[in-house]
Design a protein around this ligand. Structure first.
Ligand code: GDG
Length: 466
């Protein structure tokens, strides 16, 4: 078996305690790396006065990590700039929020060159290299320029935008060209894969072959949809832990007989939090009889606080939750419990289980692991109902959830009512269908799906992934 080198912007070594407060990518990669004897390379998250290329090698819980520090200007231009103020909004269809600064693009290129320069000496002949996400599109190109001939793959965790939208990015063509340095490119969904095909066919005059290869002139790359999953076994274990049980008991006690709706999201404008609150407000307007009988617990740990649009969404949510609570709360009931902090993973599992409804309303999301975690945490004999945005990648697999349009408050309000009234038999049937997918297409399946393609084997077919 070849050694695996995983490259991602941030490297978070496994803690050995089932996850801690890690983001989706980190949770998934810790699980994927647990069985590999490879290296996880990326930014340490630390800032140095000057970039030196010094690699900090560590080994923890079976995973070797190799990290480098970046300069402040790198962090501003590459991470807060091009990655999070240009690509992230644009790829989530928020061209109105995307900022196009030439300094960002230059910083992005410079940092990717630095990563390539630092990583290259670590690469051995038979290594497989697996690069992750929108921070790193050109890394493969720069490694090739430095003579790296290994098999290399790229996986995009966020949506790939429709081609006309992508064209609003200056240098869109250069960005897409960089993908042809890889042997395999993976997307979360069929929808993203098709959008990539569209671009290549319409903008580059390329073709899509039956075996999934996308060909432009004499270059080709295998492109496929490989939806990411959660570490289901590990999550079920966390859900059975004493901490989960304790969190469950406390939530039930504090709910005091009321139905709980739960939302758990990084505080990000792509997650549709305002739309969620407005949908819930619509329900309160429509159904006075529900006042005092349910509440929404929104857990939203802040993220990317250095970026202005994130400061704005935070302020907007503070004011919206305040307005709704001000309008509807009484001395014994508050309709929204809005919490700006994270919870340990095992306690989160108990909170999911205590919720009658999981409300997941992103305006766009590559996948959305919270939807899958909510399903995994349910009691099979009395499961809650998942309400899921059709614009989350997860909707392709979890089509038995109640699928909604997050832009419509009415749709959200109706779905909550439907979920509250849903008979046990229907809840069980919908949950079982979703759980089958969460169990079968877990993070290990995803890793096999991608790596078998990267290694040139054919272990998971496109049909499996659909
Ligand atoms: C990106 C893509 C894609 C959240 N709050 C707490 C906490 N979390 C954990 C959740 C979940 C993860 O963070 C969030 O994952 P998502 O998938 O929902 O979203 P992103 O962070 O935007 O992830 C996304 C993902 O990459 C993987 O490919 O699905 O589309 O945007 O695991 O549980 N964890 C803990 N406490 C919290 O308070 N412990």
């Amino acid at each position: 078996m070849s050694r695996l080198i995983i490259v991602s912007n941030r490297v978070q070594p496994p803690t050995g305690e089932g996850g801690g407060n890690q983001g989706g990518l980190a949770v998934a990669l810790s699980a994927a790396l647990r069985e590999s004897s490879g290296i996880w390379f990326g930014w340490s998250g630390e800032v140095a006065e000057q970039f030196t290329g010094h690699i900090n090698l560590r080994r923890a819980f079976g995973v070797t990590t190799a990290t480098v520090d970046l300069e402040e200007q790198d962090v501003d231009e590459y991470y807060n700039g091009y990655a999070n103020r240009t690509l992230w909004p644009l790829f989530h269809y928020r061209v109105d929020l995307a900022e196009f600064e030439s300094g960002f693009a230059e910083g992005y290129e410079r940092v990717n060159r630095r990563f390539a320069e630092t990583l290259q000496p670590l690469v051995e002949e038979d290594d497989l290299i697996w690069v992750h996400d929108y921070h790193m599109f050109p890394l493969g190109r720069f490694l090739r320029d430095r003579g790296v001939r290994n098999r290399m793959g790229f996986f995009l965790h966020i949506p790939w935008p429709p081609y006309r939208l992508l064209m609003s990015l200056p240098d869109h063509r250069e960005l897409v060209e960089t993908l042809f340095a890889y042997d395999v490119v993976g997307f979360q969904t069929q929808d993203s894969l098709e959008a990539f095909h569209d671009y290549v066919v319409h903008e580059m005059g390329g073709t899509v072959e039956e075996d999934g290869r996308v060909v432009v002139g004499d270059r080709s790359v295998l492109a496929r949809a490989c939806p990411i999953g959660i570490d289901t076994d590990n999550f079920l274990e966390a859900a059975r832990s004493p901490a989960a049980k304790d969190a469950y008991d406390r939530m039930r006690e504090s709910a005091n007989g009321r139905d709980m709706i739960v939302g758990v999201d990084r505080l990000d404008y792509s997650k549709g939090l305002q739309e969620r609150f407005l949908g819930y407000e619509r329900l309160l307007q429509q159904e006075e009889g529900l006042h005092g009988r349910l509440f929404l617990l929104q857990i939203a740990p802040p993220s990317r606080g250095d970026v202005q649009s994130y400061q704005e969404i935070r302020a907007g949510l503070d004011s919206l939750s305040g307005r709704i609570n001000g309008a509807y709360a009484d001395a014994e009931w508050v309709p929204i419990r809005y919490v700006n902090r994270g919870y340990p993973r095992d306690r989160l599992a108990g909170i999911y289980r205590a919720a009658r409804i999981g409300l997941v309303t992103p305006l766009r999301d590559g996948m959305n692991l919270v939807a899958k975690e909510y399903i995994a945490a349910q009691d099979p004999e009395d499961p809650g109902v998942l309400i899921l945005s059709r614009f989350a990648g997860a909707a392709e697999q979890l089509s038995d959830a109640l699928l909604i349009n997050p832009h419509s408050p009415e749709d959200i309000a109706d779905a909550i009512q439907k979920a509250l009234a849903m008979p046990l038999a229907e809840r069980k049937a919908r949950w079982r269908a979703c759980m089958d997918s969460v169990e079968q297409q877990d993070v290990m399946w995803w890793r096999r799906c991608f790596l078998s393609a990267l290694a040139g084997e054919e272990e998971c077919s496109q049909a499996d992934a659909a």
